[in-house]
Write a protein that binds this ligand. Structure first.
Ligand code: NAG
Ligand code: NAG
Length: 622
């Protein structure tokens, strides 16, 4: 996680240099906030330096064990009306570790894939694995079949643990898993399917005695702690390697925002992403505070949960902020204890409306990529900004980007050109020893694709975030857009080529160009595909629907399909997208036949002007 770098590179001298630099540069309005934030960051920087040196290595698990010793009866987790103390979670994780040790014969370093819903067992199963010195791969519980197998195999796991509610998804890929000799465990007391082992019964019989520290003696700050999946720029999701150092750095975000051990943190984002897992759950372990965990985000339960559990910190993404603002107004909306909101992707208008309706909540908007080496936090609450560049924790730059060609603009010497202040550019982070780019598990090719060379000097190396940002004259950072090969919908990144691969497996489709289009009143972009049919074939509304629904999670399915007589290519044989994105899905504006994925009729249907109108006035929910 990117923010880490900021903490790492501190020494006293750097700190002082930065401070004096900052006193000269910063204008008056943000002085207090800048100072408080910088001082907190320097303290955290020193802690990370200490963790890098101390032997034996002090991991987040050790931090959890210390918290469980310090306050065993403090509530760690609230979930659906039940509460779990630090002491209980510690014991449960001992039981999980012992059951897995006996059943799966796990050794230190073995990777275990977790295919779990957002439920408390996610937390103690991960802690149990950490006690055995085993990294966990956090599978997205929405993925199925080909994607699921791909994600599973790219982290070289030999064991998968699944929630009982995901049994069907596991059964679907079971033949392949068995062929590969994978051990499959279900968090359930009973299961009649051959090849699926139950785990809950073994966990409840296992001893809750602590495990020997020796089991994880191999773990150090550079060890892989987790694999977290990010959407591929080409093809299937990639497993970003998250080291112990990154886990620590990401867990410091709560501390950097001023969250304390007294706070109650509301985790309503999925635990398979870094936001929910690292910033939320692991950050709460680092602070020693209490988590309210939700199976999924619910706008209607949000504020009543906050009141019921005395929540003081909420987590958000742009979509959830919008859902909260779209909910019907109530009289008691400002009656809650939420002081901070931490997240990313909220748009300026929604941010202002949110503050107007729900009161004086400090919004800490941040920008970072799971695998990246750069990050920003908006610690001063400037509406719309994702951060502030007032000092150099990590070297980065914005470079001019050609949206049409989808590549950086280069000058006659072959070097990139820095974007001017106020101008939108591609964010790239310099790869150095202190801000490394670890890359993706088992995917050298994808790792290489995120590397950008000869940026400002011949032979230099940068991490390409794929994100377009802008810095203003007050040093605030604004997220603008994402370059064309992924788009975001319902808080998930969708890789266009993965969707195209699935579409072209439908018998009538020869080629597909997938992109995201904006819909009024929604965050992100919804999936759309321009397709070329095979010669002599008609568009098969039912078969294409089945193909898409069988292989893609709901957020990745193209809701609109545009049939084209040919697909336009760029000079470098990439499909042209910019014009298609601009043209959108209004049937009045194009001749090409358009289809709409109708979730009620369970097929694609011709996109009529009536349907278009119903979408625009939100009679049809997307
Ligand atoms: C919330 O705070 C109130 C008042 O301090 C307290 O009575 C109540 O028990 C708290 N609720 C929870 C779930 O901790
Ligand atoms: C951060 O958010 C606050 C609102 O909570 C805002 O006043 C401040 O200007 C923001 N700062 C940045 C850098 O975005």
């Amino acid at each position: 996680f990117a923010l880490c770098k900021m903490y790492i590179c501190f020494t006293v001298i750097a700190g002082l240099a930065i401070l004096s630099f900052f006193f000269l540069r910063t204008r008056f309005p943000y002085l207090g906030e800048d100072c408080a934030y910088i001082l907190r960051s320097i303290k955290l920087g020193f802690r990370l330096i200490k963790y890098k040196k101390v032997k034996p290595f002090y991991s987040v698990l050790d931090c959890f064990l210390d918290a469980a010793k310090r306050h065993p009866s403090k509530i760690f987790l609230h979930f659906e009306g039940r509460e779990y103390t630090y002491g209980e979670v510690d014991k449960l994780s001992n039981k999980v570790a012992r059951a897995l040790q006996a059943e799966a014969r796990l050794k230190k370093g073995d990777v275990v894939a977790l295919f779990l819903a957002n439920e408390p067992s996610f937390v103690w199963t991960w802690l149990g694995l950490a006690k055995l010195g085993c990294p966990a791969a956090l599978l997205n519980f929405n993925i199925r079949s080909k994607s699921l197998l791909h994600c599973f195999s790219c982290c070289s796991a030999k064991v998968i643990i699944a929630s009982s509610e995901l049994q069907d998804a596991v059964e679907e890929v079971l033949p392949t898993l068995r062929e590969q000799g994978i051990s499959v465990y279900l968090l359930s007391e009973a299961c009649s399917i051959q090849g699926i082992n139950t785990l809950s019964d073994k966990i409840s019989q296992a001893s809750d005695q602590p495990l020997s520290w020796d089991l994880r003696a191999n773990v150090n700050i550079r060890s892989t702690a987790l694999y977290i999946y990010t959407s591929g720029t080409t093809g299937l999701p990639k497993a970003a390697v998250v080291t112990q150092e990154r886990v620590w750095a990401a867990s410091f975000i709560q501390a950097a925002c001023g969250i304390t051990s007294e706070d109650i943190f509301y985790v309503n984002l999925p635990l398979y992403h870094s936001a929910g897992f690292l910033i939320g759950m692991v950050g709460s372990i680092e602070r020693g505070n209490t988590i309210v965990l939700k199976r999924k985000f619910s706008a209607s339960q949000f504020w009543s949960d906050c009141r019921k559990y005395n929540v003081t910190v909420m987590q958000y993404i742009g979509e959830t902020m919008r859902y909260l603002c779209n909910a019907p107004k109530k009289d008691n909306e400002k009656n809650h204890g939420v002081k901070f909101a931490i997240g990313n992707g909220v748009r300026t208008d929604i941010w202002s409306e949110f503050l107007n309706r729900f009161g004086d909540i400090k919004v800490r908007e941040l920008y970072a990529a799971t695998e990246g080496n750069i990050g920003f936090i908006n610690y001063t609450s400037k509406i719309g900004a994702v951060g502030r560049v007032n000092f150099f924790f990590f070297p980065f730059t914005l470079i001019k980007f050609d949206i049409e060609k989808e590549e950086p603009v280069r000058n006659s010497e072959g070097l990139c050109i820095e974007a001017a202040r106020g101008e939108t550019g591609l964010l790239v982070g310099k790869v150095t020893q202190r801000s490394p780019f670890v890359g993706y598990a088992g995917n050298q090719q994808q790792t290489e694709k995120k590397r950008l060379r000869d940026v400002l000097k011949k032979g230099d190396l940068y991490f390409n975030t794929g994100d377009l940002l802008r810095f203003d004259h007050m040093n605030f950072v604004y997220f603008q857009d994402r370059v064309g090969d992924t788009f975001r919908w319902k808080g998930e990144n969708v890789a266009t080529s993965e969707v195209a691969d699935i579409l072209t497996m439908a018998p009538c489709i020869l080629e597909a160009n997938v992109y995201g289009v904006k819909v009024e009143g929604h965050e992100g972009r919804i999936g759309m595909a321009a397709v070329l049919l095979k010669e002599g074939e008609d568009f098969d509304c039912l078969q294409t629907y089945k193909q898409v629904v069988n292989y893609l999670p709901a957020y990745a399915r193209p809701r609109f399909i545009r049939i084209q007589p040919c697909l336009e290519m760029t000079g470098t044989f990439k499909m042209k997208k910019v014009k298609l994105v601009e043209e959108g899905f209004n049937p009045a504006h194009m001749e090409d036949p358009l289809y709409f994925l109708d979730t009620e009729k369970k097929m694609y249907v011709p996109l009529t002007e009536d349907i278009y109108r119903a979408i625009a006035c939100r009679e049809i929910k997307l």
